[in-house]
Ligand binder design. Sequence first.
Ligand code: GLN
Length: 190
Amino acid sequence: MIVGVLALQGDFREHIAATVSCGHSALEVRTAADLAKVDALVVPGGESTTIIHLAELFDLYAPIKSRIAEGLPVYGSCAGMILLADRIVDGKDGQKTFGGIDMTVRRNAFGRQVDSFESDLKFNGQSLHAVFIRAPWVEEVGKEVQVLSEVAGHAVAVRQGNLLATSFHPELTADMAVHTYFFDEICKGR
Ligand code: GLN
């Protein structure tokens, strides 16, 4: 399996390191030709407005949307969660997403950069220490969406089919539970 990591902006290097430490090959994705080679895609944390702008500039927006529609497994952390949401609140005017998960995500929901925090939570029933940096939360989900983690009554990890999203950044900690879940439960058999 070749795992693509969208490498336009944000902490894609940390996701590449996490992917390799889980025993998979990682490919930096910057063009449609790169995207065509991958069996799964990770959308990193960073700044969602910048990532979507660069995706359009690099002619990756439509190809990523169509791979998602075809069932490509995609995991998005933080800005990546925003980019997988069908609906966003507090986006920049006209801010687009790739979409795919039937949910409404509030950008910067936990506050500004100074309100970033760490928290112990359950991910799919397992204890996990999670890092939140100017993080979004999930305000509302459709019936196909499974909530895998919550903090203070807000969903912060969700799955719909082959799409996984977390408000937090498991690529910044040593615990590979979220990446392992993505590779073993969602990408398996590819
Ligand atoms: N607040 C950022 C955004 O809107 C996301 C922050 C992050 O990825 N750490 O894109």
